[in-house]
Design a protein around this ligand. Structure first.
Ligand SMILES: [Mg+2]
Length: 404
């Protein structure tokens, strides 16, 4: 087996906004801004590519975004939907290799060195992952393929959206050379300005700079970025167990705000079934049930109840959520201010159980068994133990029946 590593960096494109467009066909092809109402104080959490064309960016105040793109569809954001989508995508990654290191909900490193011979070469594996994320999750992903994390990460970002950049082994320094210096890890605004003062604006210029001179001027940091500029990065992909949720929830936004109790309750039943299913899938039980009601336009209320014994039963969850709903509506009626409901949600928290390590659940799948064997053969049991040791800690925490 070759000693050259095969690392993939997989990054979903405009993740939150893409989930919104996937789940609401009426948003497709339109500028979508996730974060809240246009007049609110908050910032943009994500913007669809249609909104980015107007200059809207993440972390920009919502009010600025509204000035740039007044016709955009503004949505508050649905964290449960994003977490669910992320779980699906990460599970798909783990079918190709157990060495998956999630960086955030929409981003992960995969070490496929030991498994690439099972699925074809690294590039066809990247193409297959892109295709499956599209077909099975309805989302678009960019992938960088390289011998290390640094080049894979920079690669995935280069041709977004729907990008695929493959850096050939040995071609790392040449790949980086023409790129702007700020693409390099560790180079922020201050370092960029400092380097610009020495005539360094590309990664190639930094690589060509005298190593000792950099060390004298910037110390260890100077050596570190000089090595990176040469495409050197030995950092390993550290697998972590499947995302262990603090809570499991589902919500639904009504197309038109509603006051119809029957509509809200039947929606609540469907949501409760979804929550129960996900709890059972992960061998979890929830102790606290929370009802979320968002009334027009963006006021959110929650009510919760903690049960004597934890549950993952659909009917049980539904009955608690329905009681909470009826209490909330009765209180409104007494107060004489009934506002139509825009969104309803059910969440189970105070989770206990989780005896199944998901890694090995998925491993029942034949091809992953083959992948696990290949990783063991190459890296030894240690590579897999790192993942399970962490999970064991989580399980101990769970067995103390403490919610996280
Ligand atoms: Mg992303």
């Amino acid at each position: 087996m070759s000693d050259v590593r095969a690392i993939l960096h997989c990054d979903l494109d405009a993740f939150y906004a893409s989930v919104e467009q996937r789940d609401h066909s009426e948003y497709r092809g339109k500028p979508v801004i996730v974060g809240g109402a246009p007049g609110e104080r908050g910032v943009v959490m994500a913007a669809s590519y249609e909104a980015r064309a107007f200059g809207v960016r993440s972390a920009m105040p919502l009010r600025t975004a509204a000035l740039l793109c007044p016709d955009a569809i503004f949505v508050p954001g649905d964290r449960d939907a994003y977490v669910t989508a992320s779980e699906q995508v990460m599970a798909l990654f783990r079918e190709r290799t157990p060495l998956v290191e999630p960086i955030s909900l929409d981003e992960a490193f995969l070490d496929v060195t030991a498994t690439e011979h099972l699925f074809g070469d690294r590039e066809s594996m990247a193409r297959a992952i892109k295709r499956e994320v599209r077909e099975r999750c309805g989302l678009v992903i960019s992938v960088g393929v390289a011998t290390n994390k640094l080049c894979a990460k920079i690669g995935s970002d280069l041709r977004k959206p729907d990008g695929l950049v493959v850096v050939a082994p040995g071609g790392e320094a040449a790949f980086l050379a023409p790129l702007a210096i700020e693409r390099l890890w560790g180079v922020g605004v201050r370092t960029r300005e400092l380097l610009a003062g020495w005539g360094i604006t590309t990664i190639g210029a930094l690589a060509a700079f005298d190593r000792e001179a950099l060390e004298t001027r910037l110390g260890e940091f100077g050596v570190a970025i000089w090595e990176r500029a040469h495409g050197i990065d030995d950092g390993s992909v550290t697998p972590s167990e499947d995302y262990v949720p603090k809570s499991v929830g589902h919500s639904h936004t009504f197309f038109e705000n509603t006051l119809d109790t029957r509509t809200i309750e039947s929606t609540l039943l469907r949501l409760s079934e979804g929550v129960g299913q996900r709890l059972r899938d992960q061998a979890l039980l929830g102790r606290t049930i929370t009802l979320t009601l968002r009334v027009a336009p963006f006021e959110t209320r929650t009510r919760q109840r903690t049960l004597a014994d934890a549950t993952n039963d659909d009917q049980r969850i539904f009955h608690v959520a329905r009681d909470l709903l009826r209490e909330a509506l009765a209180e409104d009626r007494e107060g004489g201010h009934i506002s139509p409901v825009r969104l309803v949600g059910v969440t189970a928290s105070g989770l206990v159980g989780g005896e199944q390590l998901k890694l090995f659940e998925v491993a029942r799948h034949n091809r992953l068994n083959a992948a696990l064997d290949a990783v063991r053969a190459r890296f030894g049991d240690e590579a897999l133990d790192r993942a399970s040791a962490k999970s064991l800690k989580e399980r101990r925490r769970f067995s103390g029946h403490k919610s996280r």
